[in-house]
Design a protein around this ligand. Structure first.
Ligand SMILES: C=C(N)C(=O)O
Length: 123
């Protein structure tokens, strides 16, 4: 098992690693829209979706896996009415054939985030 750590994504906001690699799989923790340079949360669902996806990509790339090799994602959003907006942005980060995905509405996310994105990739 290998722990992945990068300054190109926000530091963990709790007792977890940014990602854990085992065999040929990289399990990344959920990313919220904190700017890794400033620690500030992006504002609004669109900006948060971009930042959360960028953070997830930075973690995966820090592991040496390719973003194209993401196989499964989970998207947590605090308002399912944002589903369409999130899909539009999400689709710009992935090419077909898309990874498997679950998208769920949750009541609250850490630090008041509107979205959290979790990914699993192969190496
Ligand atoms: C942001 C997280 N991934 C967490 O708190 O677990």
């Amino acid at each position: 098992m290998k722990i992945i750590q990068t300054n190109n994504a926000p530091a963990a906001v709790g007792p977890y690693s940014q990602a854990v690699e085992i065999d040929n799989l990289v399990f990344a923790s959920g990313q919220i829209a904190l700017n890794p340079a400033t620690g500030e949360m992006a504002e609004g669902i669109e900006a948060q979706a971009h930042q959360a996806l960028k953070n997830a990509q930075a973690v995966i790339e820090a592991s040496g896996a390719k973003w194209e090799n993401v196989i499964k994602t989970t998207v947590f959003i605090t308002n399912i009415d944002d589903f369409g907006k999130v899909n539009e942005i999400y689709a710009t980060y992935f090419k077909q054939p898309y990874p498997a995905r679950s998208c769920v509405e949750v009541s609250k996310l850490p630090k008041g985030a509107l979205i959290e994105v979790e990914v699993i990739a192969t190496k």
